[in-house]
Write a protein that binds this ligand. Sequence first.
Ligand code: EPU
Length: 349
Amino acid sequence: MRLLPRQALEAWNTFGVPSRADWLCRATTVLEAREAVAFAADRGLPVTVLGGGSNVVLLSRVPGVVIRMEITGFEVRARQGERAMVQVGAGEDWPRLVDRCLEGGLHGLENLTDIPGTAGAAPVQNIGAYGVEVADVLEEVRCLEVPSGREVLLDRRACCLGYRDSLFKSRAPGRYLVVGVTLGLSTRPEVRVEYEGLAREIARQGLSAPSPRDVARLVRQVRRDRLPNPARLGNAGSFFVNPVVEDGVAAALLERYPDLPTFPAGPGRRKLAAGWLIERCGFKGRALGRVGVHRDHALVLVNLGGATGREVIDAAQVIRRAVRETFGVDLEMEPRVLGTDDPEDRRES
Ligand code: EPU
């Protein structure tokens, strides 16, 4: 295992903000990850895991040991009737994994095409798009339990997956390091096309029986039309989760704002479109210093060039305040904020 001191993390986060790790370990095996955890435990240092860095806001310094999860591996473990179990390493690139499954006739991930990040991060946020969440296909998650250093296998139920939520994110943050995931996919080409934006595109293109390949192609197209490519414009996808409120709150808002998009979110609750709330507050396409609100999608904050993590968070606070004052709704950030602002770095900037 190689641990490197004082490593820049700018290239390892899709916002492209400057930051550095006290120690960085690029773990390509479970053993390397375990050794990095032990190194940190021996010195009383915190451990932070980075996957693709596509759902984080980094402050200027991430103290302790940062483990960049680079464990690869792709294996179709078992086929039973129309089901196939696909076991993948946590460091596998998610978009490549989706393409590979599609090419191999393994279905269920098409709607999740092109989501930046790694396979290991997928259950942490319970990534989702166009009507499908990773919860729909996840079978098991292999983890390192940080306190004990043991490898444990958690089934889907144990992962407590909810809308952009999981055991790893909110119930036991920091306890488990995801080292691999097992997905249950279908060898039968079935598609999920109920999501409004996707259904609209399918109708527009006159596809009466879209194939999984059609769905993947359309999802890619819809994403490219609306979401900025992090390789060109730093961002972390949706910056806020869509707020879920009681039916009564949604009804009161709809009385005042009849065109507010809302969606069912379990018994007695509705999800509100955060992008709409932000757009209605006048932020779409606006710059808040070096941080912008994307011109095609108000839910996406972008690094206009040279922004720091602190500036991203400050811009987010301005937006949150405006949405709270206008609609009485609290927005919760989707990306994880990692690290601290080092006084030393503040003097330098
Ligand atoms: N909307 C606006 N203005 C905007 C943006 C959106 O009015 O600037 C409205 C749309 O017109 C639509 C509604 O908001 O009626 C929902 O918009 P969209 O379909 O784009 O989806 P979203 O709720 O904004 C979520 C996920 C995305 C995912 C899409 C598609 C969250 C936090 N985000 O966005 O996930 O790609 O649905 O399924 O749930 C991500 O998590 O990083 C992400 C990109």
